[in-house]
Design a protein around this ligand. Structure first.
Ligand code: NAD
Ligand code: DAU
Length: 356
């Protein structure tokens, strides 16, 4: 691994991964291709550990000439593909960008890698890593066993359907062309730099502003939460030791009800920010997300036994670190809150649910 193309590196997980890789691999140069949609921000790339080994390229993964040029010009040997439209609620209001970026964009990258790499030295020593989600497997009932790598795909939102399509394309490029593809399917991430449309940062920032904490439906949905650094480590291990053609499930083994998670965030905030206590008085149940998946859980036996990965963070310590990060990064928070798109999104998603 010397010249790495990261897509979506100005987003939440991509930016964390770039920090992780710059530290873990002192020789590597990272080329970061990101369209800077509402979810991407150069604020996420300030104070990188070694900025001289990071080059930012503002562009779209659907631009095949741009992607091919980057692979060729920078002799890319490793492509780590994070770029996506990633928010389920937005996919319900407007699925078109999800199909464009997640399906057409992934196809564009796969095709460029196939053509460029087969025309210059072949696939040896090269890797295309596709970052995907547990949501492709659908929704579990209360007694169902966790998802394994063999669980059939049953996506239920435009977001998860578009991610499932991209996974199928990535697998097809391995089987048909021998492109050295690996895939990780990961559960819900949380941690620094997460855009506050997602549950955990939304609850933290709303609570700090004394705003309602909107819990969808009965709040008894279950997600499997993983601290983002643990996800980055899993991807790094798969890049080093993963077998082309294989997929790896990644998850935190934490499965609280949403409502209990929100209560836990409130309890930590009471300690860190006592002037707003008790924060749980702000919890408000609002109408549910259409087609809301009830429960996810990941069986991570494969990556644990084959690659020796295990999460380093427990949910409580990860939440405390995350809340401390949001409290100590006022500049970042202010820049994100002031984005026009963010306020428009809050209006759109929550006003019709009876929230301000
Ligand atoms: P994010 O929404 O925070 O960031 C996405 C990034 O992709 C942004 O920087 C955005 O500008 C960029 N982008 C979007 N469209 C683009 C395009 N057409 N061309 C170039 N760049 C574009 O997403 P995230 O939460 O960091 O997720 C990253 C990846 O991980 C996604 O593929 C997502 O499906 C997957 N994933 C996320 C989670 C999670 O909990 N957040 C869990 C499992 C898997
Ligand atoms: O499971 C992995 C997926 O996790 C990723 O693939 C997605 O990119 C990521 O966005 C995330 O999807 P979720 O829909 O699970 O995440 P979100 O943070 O939007 O919601 C988490 C849970 O909280 C879900 O059950 C919906 C609920 N929720 C969410 C919001 C934003 C609320 O109750 N209220 C809210 O305001």
């Amino acid at each position: 691994m010397r010249n790495v193309l990261v897509t979506g590196g100005a987003g939440f997980i991509g930016a964390n991964f770039i920090r992780y890789l710059l530290t873990a691999e002192p020789q590597v140069h990272i080329f970061n291709l990101d369209a800077l949609t509402y979810a991407g921000s150069l604020e996420n790339l300030k104070d990188l550990p070694d900025p001289s080994r990071h080059t930012f390229i503002h562009g779209d993964i659907c631009d095949s000439a741009l992607v091919a040029g980057l692979l060729r010009q920078h002799k890319i040997d490793t492509l780590v593909h994070f770029a996506a439209e990633s928010h389920v609620d937005r996919s319900i209001y407007g699925p078109a960008p999800f199909i464009q970026t997640n399906v057409v964009g992934t196809f564009t990258l796969l095709e460029a890698a196939r053509q460029e790499w087969s025309g210059s030295g072949g696939f040896d020593g090269r890797r295309f890593h596709h970052v995907s989600t547990d949501e492709v497997f659908g929704s579990l009932g209360p007694e169902d066993p966790p998802f394994t790598e063999m669980t059939p795909y049953e996506p239920r939102s435009p977001y998860s359907a578009s991610k499932a399509a991209s996974d199928h394309l990535a697998r097809a490029y391995f089987h048909t062309y021998g492109l050295p593809v690996t895939i990780t399917n990961c559960s819900n991430n949380y941690g620094p730099y997460q855009f506050p449309e997602k549950l955990i940062p939304l609850m933290i920032l709303n609570a700090l502003q004394g705003k309602p904490l909107p819990v969808y439906g009965d709040g008894r949905q279950i997600r499997d939460w993983l601290y983002v650094e643990d996800h980055c480590e899993a991807i790094y291990l798969v890049l080093q030791q993963g077998i082309p053609g294989e997929t790896y499930n990644v998850g935190g083994g934490n499965q609280p009800y949403n409502i209990d998670l929100v209560r836990e965030i409130c309890a930590i905030l009471d300690e860190f920010h006592p002037q707003g206590a008790p924060h749980n008085r702000l919890i408000t149940h609002v109408p549910d997300r259409p087609g809301h998946d009830r429960r996810y859980a990941m069986d991570t036996t494969k990556i644990r036994t084959q690659l020796g990965w295990a999460p380093r963070h427990q949910l409580e310590s990860g939440l405390r670190a995350t809340i401390a990060w949001y409290l100590s990064h006022e500049g970042w928070v202010q820049a994100i809150l002031e984005q026009n798109d963010y306020q428009t999104w809050l209006e759109r998603n929550y006003r019709q649910r009876g929230e301000k």
